[in-house]
Write a protein that binds this ligand. Structure first.
Ligand code: GAR
Length: 216
């Protein structure tokens, strides 16, 4: 059973999707700890409801960002966490945590990286006028939203979309690909080679979609 630690800052709907797949035994993992940087995070309520240990770590209590991440690292190592999940954790991860978990930190981002990194990926996509956007699960490295890509899922962007409507469409897929990426990891099927992540024993369909649809 893969031991995971989850870091979150807010609502925690991705955290919930992971809990659900563990409870229905689709995902062979156990959540050892939820760590939040925000005492108001709704993710805490979800942890309480499902009997998951949680910890609020206030970044303001540390003299540097590095010291904050040393504390997070120590709490994760104490619980023998093998994989760290950033489920809506709105901070840039620093060296002490990265060094302790090389290619063992996963993030979800609400855009098709490398497009629209950083905050408000969905708003960036709407404002830019792209016709397709989506979400990306990737390993975390020292830059923002830049590590090796594990899974991406695409959705159309409609002409009348707002940040809210596009976010809703993307979120449904986030809830599917994040637990799936963790499952592939738990099954030992992800192999990182430079920028690329190989998925062992996986056959991809050769298909496409366009927005708007084109004549075939
Ligand atoms: C999700 O849409 C996630 O992709 C995004 O924050 C939201 C968290 O929702 N993360 C980022 O933008 C990271 N750059 P949740 O708390 O309900 O899972």
């Amino acid at each position: 059973m893969l031991k995971i630690g989850v870091l979150a800052s807010g609502r925690g709907s991705n955290f919930q999707a992971i809990i659900d797949e563990i409870e229905t035994e689709i995902l062979p993992a156990s959540i050892e700890i939820l760590i939040v940087d925000n005492p108001e995070a709704y993710a805490i309520e979800r942890a309480k409801k499902h009997g998951i240990a949680y910890l609020y770590i206030n970044p303001k209590n540390f003299p540097t960002k590095e010291a904050f991440y040393e504390k997070i690292r120590d709490e994760l190592l104490l619980r023998e966490v093998e994989l760290v999940i950033l489920a809506g954790f709105m901070r840039i991860v620093k060296k002490p945590l990265l060094d302790a978990f090389p290619n063992r930190i996963m993030n979800i981002h609400p855009a098709l990286l490398p497009s629209f990194p950083g905050l408000h990926g969905q708003k960036q996509a709407v404002d830019y006028g792209v016709r397709i956007s989506g979400c990306t699960v990737h390993f975390v490295d020292e830059s923002v939203d830049s590590g090796p890509v594990i899974i991406q899922a695409a959705v159309p962007v409609h002409p009348d979309d707002t940040e809210e409507t596009l976010s809703e469409r993307i979120l449904k897929l986030e809830h599917r690909i994040f637990p799936e990426a963790i499952r592939l990891y738990a099954e030992g099927r992800l192999k990182v080679e430079g920028r690329k992540v190989k998925i062992l024993n996986y056959k991809l369909p050769d298909t496409y979609f366009t927005n708007p649809e084109i004549r075939q």
